[in-house]
Structures are given as structure tokens and as C-alpha cells.
Design a protein around this ligand. Structure first.
Ligand code: MG
Length: 479
């Protein structure tokens, strides 16, 4: 064969490969972009399609109409830090050593031993960014840029951890970061008013800049966590007042993201997920959201504390207007995204499982998890509840409950409630009012056995977060 023929043959092979690749793309995106919009303390009842009253969420409702909405989706913790740790590692917070909320005085943060969702996608060539709230350690070695994010613009922990919140005047100034640099050493109220708008605009700009390569955007809104702020355009837009205004600005943010993806013709190549990190902080009364029909809210393992709105949108892949009534949890998102993107999960154990068949709307699909476990870092035993199927068993534990709700940004009065061992049928008793433990002892026994397995695998002792160095319990990989 002559040299010319060799070159011709090589070109022919290249053309065939290129055509095959284009065909593959036309059949469906093989590596979707991923956008996660994660709000803070938004209740189960705080989206139009979940029954919100006093404000409207047209963009979230539209997202649900074009995608799938879950009715039984859980955050892995009723408070911020552990919930975020679970989302980004696919593990229960107790496994990764972050069972409690961090603050400006914390010495610890996300361990370098963990593989985050951002690191997994970055290894696959994704451009990665987080805008908004991190809350997994504020010292340099714990920042998002050390955990797989190319860009970070936002705050290191909650927006109430600043000197101007009614219950938090002992806190230092709240910094705003760009990458690892503090670009505003003392966030003021006027800055917080811009948060939702600013983080949204940055996310939109990032998507536009990376339109030609795979990207992962984690838009972690600090709102509607107290203290509540909106930009001028959203002041007074809802009937409900400031809380409704804040949610309507978040809804605008969702609309901006989806519109950008449509304009760039990336809508059929992008998986967008929307969820909240935990339930509403009810002691703030009119500055808190609603858990709808569910019991209690933030800081509790009752369903109002952990069950959150969850909408997944991926036109052409997820059927429009689907509703999934199977239980699922934020820990399941990382394995699901790994399945869709080809991302490699860590070799060490994680707790989540791929729920793509649920997202895709398969009628026969069932949750891949035999049980979900609800940990909360108070008392000597932190495994407070277990759910399997439609049954949820609470072990005896204390919990925050509101006596007198607050107003205008001031917290009201709360007290400590106590529950005995209690079994609930969530299919018929959404509000967890009727304890059926004595009626169904075999169910109690089955769920107790599942909890015992979790105690062996993950532990059940109070973890001394601040007293034991950088990573107190270390990774827990069973005994
Ligand atoms: Mg929260």
C-alpha cells in the first residue's frame, strides 16, 4: 500500500469515528451537565406544587411539570452542615465525620479523604463551580477549591453567623469568598439583599462560559435561612410577606437557570436537581417556612425536619409531569450522577444507591434502599429513626418543639419534647400522629433489626465534634 493510500484509509477511519460520535450525541447526551440548586431551610410545603400558600413559584411548578417531583424525598439530616456533607459525598454525615453544624469557631471540615461529587466530576473533565453557601469548613484546607470546585463565590457558613442577627451577636464578621480569597471581610445587610440575585447571575455566567464543555454547578442559596433578605425587585411581591418574597426570588433564580439552558440549547443535555437542605426553622414563625402536612421542622428527625421538596429536570430523559412516591435521599444523588456521567465512585464504602430508574419514571421502579436512617447529633444515641417502605420507627428521643412562634426575624420560644418508641404508617398518617408500635410488633422488630445493622456499620454514639481534632471520628467503615 502506498503512503497516499495509508493517509486516505486513516481519514476514512476518522470520518467513521466522527460520524459515530455525532450519532451517539444525537441519540441522547451521554454525559449530561449537572446543576444542583440547593436551598436552605425551605420547607416541604414551600413550593406551589407542594401546596404553598401566600406566594407563587411558577418556575418551580413549571420545572415539576416538565420533570419529576418526589413526594418522599429526604435530606440526610435536619441541619445544614451534615445535610450538605451527605449531598456531596453520597454518605450519611456520621460516616464522614460531620454529624453537627460547623461555625466560625470550628476547627474541622470536610476531610481530604472523602471524594466529593465535584471531585468525581472534575476527574471526568467537568468544569465545576459552587455559588452560595459552603458550610463544610472555613479554614483554607476545607474550602470548596480543595474539594473539586474550580470556582467558589459565596459564604463559608450560615448567613446568621454574623454579628447582626438577633441571636448571634457573639459572632465575628461574615466573610464573602472568591476562590480562597476573602473579597468582603464584613458582609452587611445590603450585601445579603443581593445574595440570591448575585449567586444566580454567577451561575448563569458560568454556564454560558462553559457551554461547550461538560459542567457541574452547585447553586447553594443561603436563603431562606434567617435572616431573610431579598433584592429590591422582590420586596413585597408576595401576599405572605418577606418569607414569601424570598421564595419568589429563589423561584426566579430557578427560572433563570432553566431559561439559560434552553437559550443555549443545553436543556436536553443537562440534569437539573432542586432540593432543600432541611425543613423549616419553625421557631422563627413568620420568617420560617412550612412543612405542609408533616410533623415539626428543622432540628428534628420528624418528617417535617428532613422530608424536602425534590424536583429533577432533564428534558428528553425524564418524563414530563411525573410524580415519584418512593422514598429516596440526598445520599443517592452522587451514585445516580456517577451512573449518568461515567464518574468513578470512591473505593471506600458510601451509603447512597443509584435512583436513576426512579428519576426516569419507570413504573416498576422501587427504591433500592431497604431502609433510610435518621441521625441527629443530640443526646447519647443519635440514631433517632429508621424508615423502611411506608413504616417509620422513632426510637425514644428528645426534640425541639415550638411553644410560641417568633415574629419579624426574632425567634420565639421552644421547648424539648420527648417521644417514646413510636411506629408510624406514613401512607395513612403523614402527620405522624398515631403510634402503632403496640399494634404491629413484628414491624417494630424488623425495623429495630435494620437499625441494629446501621449501629454496627455507622455507630450510634454522641460524637465530640470540637474536642477531638480535625476529624474527630474519622471515616466509619463498619466494624
Ligand atoms: Mg439548612
Amino acid at each position: 500500500m502506498t503512503k497516499g493510500r495509508h493517509v486516505c484509509a486513516l481519514f476514512a477511519v476518522l470520518i467513521v469515528i466522527c460520524l459515530a460520535a455525532r450519532q451517539g450525541a444525537a441519540d441522547g447526551p451521554e454525559r449530561p451537565n449537572v446543576v444542583i440548586i440547593f436551598t436552605d431551610d425551605q420547607g416541604y410545603g414551600d413550593v406551589g406544587v407542594y401546596g404553598a400558600r401566600g406566594f407563587e413559584t411558577p418556575h418551580l411548578d413549571q420545572m415539576a411539570a416538565e420533570g419529576v417531583r418526589f413526594t418522599e424525598f429526604y435530606a440526610a439530616s435536619p441541619v445544614c452542615t451534615p445535610s450538605r456533607a451527605a449531598l456531596l459525598t453520597g454518605s450519611y454525615p456520621i460516616r464522614v465525620g460531620l454529624p453537627n453544624v460547623l461555625g466560625p469557631g470550628s476547627d474541622i471540615g470536610m476531610s481530604a479523604d472523602e471524594l466529593t461529587l465535584a471531585e468525581m466530576l472534575k476527574a471526568e473533565g467537568y468544569a465545576t463551580a459552587i455559588y452560595g453557601k459552603w458550610h463544610l469548613g472555613h479554614h483554607p484546607e476545607f474550602l470548596p477549591t480543595r474539594h473539586g470546585f474550580d470556582e467558589f463565590h459565596g459564604i463559608p457558613y450560615s448567613n446568621d453567623m454574623w454579628p447582626y442577627h438577633p441571636t448571634a451577636d457573639h459572632f465575628p464578621d461574615l466573610p464573602l469568598f472568591e476562590g480562597e480569597e476573602v473579597v468582603n471581610a464584613a458582609v452587611q445587610a445590603d450585601d445579603q439583599k443581593q445574595f440570591t440575585k448575585e449567586f444566580t447571575e454567577r451561575a448563569v455566567a458560568f454556564i454560558e462560559a462553559h457551554r461547550d464543555e461538560p459542567f457541574f454547578v452547585y447553586l447553594a442559596h443561603p436563603m431562606p435561612h434567617v435572616p431573610l433578605y431579598v433584592s429590591e425587585a422582590f420586596e413585597g411581591v408576595s401576599e405572605l410577606g418577606l418569607y414569601g418574597d424570598v421564595i419568589m426570588e429563589i423561584d426566579w433564580s430557578v427560572g433563570q437557570i432553566l431559561e439559560t439552558l434552553r437559550d443555549l440549547e443545553l436543556d436536553e443535555q443537562t440534569l437539573v436537581l432542586f432540593a432543600s437542605d432541611n425543613g423549616p426553622w419553625l421557631v422563627y414563625g413568620d420568617h420560617a417556612g412550612s412543612s405542609g402536612p408533616l410533623r415539626e421542622g428543622k432540628h428534628t428527625t420528624w418528617d417535617g425536619g428532613t422530608r424536602v421538596p425534590f424536583i429533577a429536570w432533564y428534558p428528553g430523559q425524564i418524563p414530563a409531569g411525573a410524580v415519584c412516591r418512593e422514598p429516596a435521599m440526598t445520599i443517592d444523588l452522587m451514585p445516580t450522577i456517577a451512573g449518568l456521567t461515567g464518574g468513578a465512585l470512591p473505593e471506600h464504602p458510601i451509603d447512597g444507591k443509584d435512583i436513576w430508574p426512579l428519576l426516569r419514571g419507570d413504573d416498576e421502579a422501587r427504591t433500592p434502599q431497604e431502609a433510610y436512617f435518621f441521625y441527629h447529633g443530640q443526646g447519647n444515641r443519635v440514631l433517632q429513626a429508621v424508615r423502611s417502605g411506608h413504616w417509620k420507627l422513632h426510637f425514644p428521643h428528645g426534640y425541639h418543639t415550638v411553644v410560641e412562634p417568633g415574629t419579624d426575624g426574632q425567634p420565639g420560644e421552644a421547648t424539648q419534647g420527648e417521644t417514646p418508641l413510636a411506629l408510624f404508617d406514613l401512607k395513612n398518617d403523614l402527620a405522624q400522629q398515631t403510634n402503632l408500635a403496640s399494634v404491629y410488633p413484628a414491624v417494630v422488630e424488623r425495623l429495630e433489626a435494620l437499625a441494629d445493622e446501621a449501629r454496627v456499620e455507622l455507630g450510634d454514639a454522641r460524637l465530640d465534634m470540637e474536642g477531638a481534632g480535625v476529624r474527630p471520628p474519622g471515616r466509619i467503615d463498619g466494624e
